[in-house]
Design a protein around this ligand. Structure first.
Ligand SMILES: [Fe+2]
Length: 245
């Protein structure tokens, strides 16, 4: 059994399709998604339609999904995020908005041993950027291994004997999990990476072998940039997918 864990597609169809073409995705038995299907990017409907066809085993909603579903106001977003969320609301079909509305709130426990959440295990909108914030998230996690998104930054937090360590993930990351350690892992983002690397990323988890592999791939971001500009979305949304910030 191999799980593919991915997050933060943000209406980037080209990146999402490139992920699905990746050899590791073709070998994955189950897909687990950590939220933010929409927001920022130019193809909210196409991404939701493709996501629905994929038959993802388990998913949680993200903060952008909530706003585009009209479950929450965009007033707490920064102006660029609010603009793109309001734009996405107009684009999304009624059926797809209903789909976004029923996405579950995290945390969700998969098969009693994997926790999924968007931001943290105690607040779906909380950002985990530091060891301190990871420690808070570990407190409310009932399993030994959990995955989160929201920051768009690939990283792994390890907790052993009440001590926390963080390890940024890179192309060579291939880790054998230690049974006496707890893990909180962020696979990075498909549609808008922010670790100064424009390549989208995901994680493969093989519980039988207790292995984690981190994967990165390229895609045609120029096409996405063109669509962002043609749609009249803020220019920063086009430039940042090229620089990965
Ligand atoms: Fe996000």
């Amino acid at each position: 059994m191999k799980y593919l864990i991915f997050s933060d597609i943000h209406s980037n169809l080209e990146a999402f399709e490139a992920m699905l073409e990746h050899p590791a995705a073709r070998k994955a038995s189950r897909f687990l998604f950590l939220g933010d299907l929409v927001g920022y990017g130019p193809n909210p409907n196409e991404v939701i339609n493709r996501f629905r066809r994929l038959n993802v085993s388990t998913q949680v909603r993200g903060n952008h999904d909530k706003v585009v579903a009209d479950l929450e106001s965009s007033s707490l977003f920064n102006p660029v995020a609010a603009f793109s969320a309001e734009w996405s609301k107009i684009q999304v079909s009624g059926d797809n908005q209903t789909f976004l509305k029923q996405l579950p709130k995290g945390p969700v426990v998969v098969e009693r041993f994997i926790t999924l959440c968007h931001g943290s295990t105690f607040d779906e909108d909380y950002y985990v950027f530091s060891n301190f914030e990871a420690a808070e998230s570990f407190k409310f996690m009932e399993t030994a291994i959990g995955f989160f998104g929201h920051t768009h930054f690939p990283i792994m937090y390890l907790m052993r004997n009440d001590k926390i360590q963080s390890v940024p993930l890179n192309e060579n990351t291939h880790i054998r999990l230690d049974p006496n350690t707890r893990y909180l892992i962020n696979p990075g983002s498909i549609g808008q990476p922010r670790d100064k690397n424009p390549m989208p990323s995901f994680v493969i988890f093989d519980p039988g072998k207790r292995e984690i592999q981190f994967k990165r791939f390229t895609y045609d971001f120029r096409q996405t940039q063109k669509k962002i500009r043609d749609a009249g979305l803020p220019e920063i949304l086009a430039s940042r997918i090229e620089s990965g910030i």
